[in-house]
Design a protein around this ligand. Sequence first.
Ligand code: OSB
Ligand code: MG
Length: 371
Amino acid sequence: MRVTAARLHRVRLPLVHAFRTSSHSKAGLDHILVELEDASGTVGWGEIASPSDPYYAPETVESCWHIAEHYLLPAVLGQEWDAAEQVPQYWAKVRGNQFAKAGVDVAAWVLWSTVHGVPLAKALGGTRTEVTAGVSLGIEPTVDELLAEVRRQVEAGYPRVKLKIAPGWDVEPVRAVRAEYPDLDLHVDANGSYSESAEQLAALRALDEFGLTMIEQPFAPRDLLAHARLQRTVETPVCLDESVETLADLETALSLEALRVLNIKVSRMGGLTVARAAHDLAQQAGIPVWCGGMHEFGIGRAANVALSSLPGFTLPSDVSASEKYYARDVVTPPVVARQGVVRVPESAGLGHGVDTDLIAANTIATTTIAT
Ligand code: OSB
Ligand code: MG
């Protein structure tokens, strides 16, 4: 395979429901869609799902654009490769910048699987025909508004609900949701907003009584020791998200016993190639995994569904339906969930059409690089 032309499209879509985490609130998103084209004119699409601000990870939409345009795409253009997992070697010198890498890596996987007539999930080694989706709910202005949102999603059939928490918004909302749904698969995600102060540790430990499936990323990304210390004192499994950007991070975290569950994000790990390797490593270590999301448009969402079809993804993934996020998505058909179950597409490549008219109508910037 040889990529002869590449395009970047900065596309803006409004969110159906504004989303608030411990760090910020968002009503719409700019993601960068990546198109890789081979000499026959076949195209593979990928998505750079970086948030605009460097609050989840150090990257921004602008930094991703810069790295993709000036480093990643020039490194890939004109190279001869047989399998998508060979592609990351071309940017091996580029440190970090996982979100930017992920968009190009996914496009390479989609191009390869399209050319070879294989569904993306099969190309990755996926075995599931359907995957279970959970929903991730942001911080709401009031507990009543949160409860209304939980009811809406449970009624839509989603079997797992994750709540964003932050110091001061933790025990009270969790208690309220648990009181109404004693058996719901419920977990919390702090996005690294807690410290080990006596007061904040007490709040985290108080969550132990609610039978949560996990507590995700309570402390700052690089503070693996704090996660290991907390895990020794609580029953609730600790899950890592932001802390694990590389396979080496995962090895370190496993050896420190800083996690009992792993959230694997295609974006955070720099693409499907590394995400799949993280799945393999976690599986060997006996750690259950699930696929986290970054409010992807349909292209990144379809990649998440494909990844979630691997056998170690035994917990529900953040692959809820397009309609939870966007009135109109960039793929046709959109990603749909029935009673919280998403079917893994059986057609070649991404398994969805790409709505280039919708993309064109919402594009803010575009650039082309060719050999
Ligand atoms: O930590 O999982 C996270 C969204 C933005 C930044 C961080 C996170 C999230 C989500 C979104 O939880 C999950 C989804 O795409 O549904
Ligand atoms: Mg998270």
